[in-house]
Design a protein around this ligand. Structure first.
Ligand code: GLU
Length: 491
């Protein structure tokens, strides 16, 4: 058998066939939540399919009965729904496809590409030891290859690896990869319990699902030559492969919680926007000039499987937050109101009332804090005090003490009189009235403004005072000022 692959061009998307019918797949094992490395692989697969008008398939690789858990499948699906990485067609579950794998193993047995092996695991281990002792690569010594054994208890099926040759493939990320067949073992295809091995199941699935581009984490790069041998033994077309480099921590060590990396669902709880997480993760392994911020439709337009980076990227939580802020600042108040509502409902100081009422209040207040917030959670926190009536506002006691001196209280009381008498309660009028008051009273702006700010918002910070008052409206503004002025006189 000639296992040398025909050389492909450098452009793995230029072939007419492949550009017209691109099929990608994401194949997570449900042994944990979806993390950012897996999410990035899924995003690449999804974008490739959407860019080329192809299909994006989802397959749950749940054959490891001990480590796979239905709750992880649910959690992965939930994360993908949140990211809006909608798969095409039915989701495939490997645990329900075992018969398909064995059918193909049987084909390989009858075509002479595979054989039954009766060597015990201990015997195989000592063959490996023996090879190691001779300074050779540990491997199975092919003891049963020519024995023509049939099935039997404890027997496995192995691939009859060709005696010599090279496997060559062009990787979307890593360029050309070549492996000498001598490096490869007669691998097990079916275990003694009848279950297929990972490599066998993946090849059968990818072939039956007509996957044209296998994009996955580069922890699988060593499996690819083995899988190519199985494709060839089955006489099936070999897909294009892409092995996505790892994401590392800033210290170039394996990414973990201590680098600030979280599961995708945790980012949802933190108030990140799915399109921002996608934007950030795509940029960790792909570039388009030095552009940093992309909308989803721009990514679909531009992501054509080129300009993929071969080096591992470092995860930077600060930059992720920055990208999120940029997306958040670009949204209109109506969109944001709907997105921030669940965060507002979960606040300790949650407003009461029907959704429609709170949504319209949110639309009014969001512009005050939109550009000052990086996440939906932070935005909700900033809006917290604006959404409840004056008597429910929870003041930051420390800041209140600092600014509500007897003098501050007196200014508040007098200003309240000034504002109450205004003919209009718009930003311009309020601005002029406040400046006039400061000039007339001979006080410094600094002696007046902080007291007013804490009185209105509950904390120091936020935008222009007149803007806040206009958004609150006169009744609410005056009620807040009255409440804090009273507190000041009690201090
Ligand atoms: N199930 C494998 C994993 O979660 C991926 C296998 C593949 O994409 O071929 O690592």
């Amino acid at each position: 058998m000639n296992v040398e692959q025909p050389a492909r061009g450098t452009d793995l998307f230029s072939g007419q066939e492949s550009t017209l019918n691109i099929v990608t797949r994401f194949a997570p094992s449900p042994t944990g939540h979806l993390h950012i490395g897996g999410a990035r692989t899924a995003i690449f697969c999804w974008l490739l399919a959407r860019h080329f008008g192809g299909k994006f398939l989802l397959r749950i690789e749940d054959t490891d009965m001990e480590r796979s858990k239905p709750e992880y499948t649910e959690s992965i699906l939930d994360s993908m729904r949140w990211l809006k990485l909608d798969p095409d067609g039915e989701i495939a579950f490997q645990s329900r496809r075992l018969a398909l794998y064995n059918e193909q193993v049987d084909k390989l047995l009858s075509s002479g590409h595979a054989y039954w092996c009766g060597c015990s695991p201990e015997a195989v281990e000592s063959m490996r030891e023996e090879a190691r002792a001779k300074g050779e690569k540990p491997r199975y010594n092919q003891a049963c290859r020519e024995k023509n054994l049939g099935p039997g208890p404890g027997r496995v099926v192995r691939l009859k690896t060709p005696a010599a040759g090279r496997i060559v493939f062009d990787d979307l990320f890593k360029g050309t990869i070549a492996v000498d067949i001598n490096e490869l073992d007669d691998m097990v295809l079916r275990r003694s319990d009848g279950a297929p091995t990972y490599n066998m199941a993946v090849v059968v699935d990818d072939a039956l699902m007509r996957v044209t581009h296998v994009v996955r984490g580069d922890d699988h790069v060593n499996n690819t030559p083995k899988q190519i041998l199985i494709y060839q033994a089955l006489g099936l077309p070999v897909p294009v492969f892409g092995h996505v480099p790892m994401i590392l921590g800033a210290d170039r060590q394996k990414l973990s919680k201590r680098h600030g990396a979280k599961a995708v669902i945790e980012y949802r709880e933190d108030g990140l926007l799915p399109e921002a997480l996608i934007n950030y993760l795509v940029r960790l392994g792909w570039s388009h000039g030095d552009k940093e911020i992309f909308s989803l439709s721009e990514l679909i337009d531009l992501f054509d499987g080129k300009n993929l980076h071969s080096a591992a990227a470092a995860f930077d939580p600060e930059k992720l937050l920055w990208v999120n802020a940029r997306h958040l600042h670009g949204k209109n108040a109506q969109e944001l109101a709907a997105l921030v509502l669940p965060f507002v409902r979960a606040l300790p100081l949650a407003p009461e009332g029907p959704d429609a009422e709170i949504l319209s209040e949110l639309e009014r207040f969001i512009p005050l804090f939109q550009s000052r917030s990086s996440t939906l959670r932070e935005l909700a926190r900033h809006l917290s005090c604006l959404l409840v009536p004056a008597d429910k506002v929870e003041y930051n006691q420390e800041e209140l003490k600092k600014v509500l001196t007897p003098e501050g209280g007196e200014h508040l009381e007098r200003l309240r009189g000034v504002f109450a008498a205004l003919p209009r309660f718009d930003r311009e009028t309020l601005h002029t009235a406040l400046n006039q008051y400061v000039a007339d009273s001979g006080a410094k702006f600094k002696a007046v403004a902080p007291a007013l700010r804490v009185s209105l918002l509950g904390f120091m910070g936020g935008p222009d005072l007149a803007e806040i008052m206009q958004a609150l409206g006169s009744a609410e503004t005056l009620a807040r000022m009255a409440r804090t002025a009273r507190t000041a006189t009690l201090q």
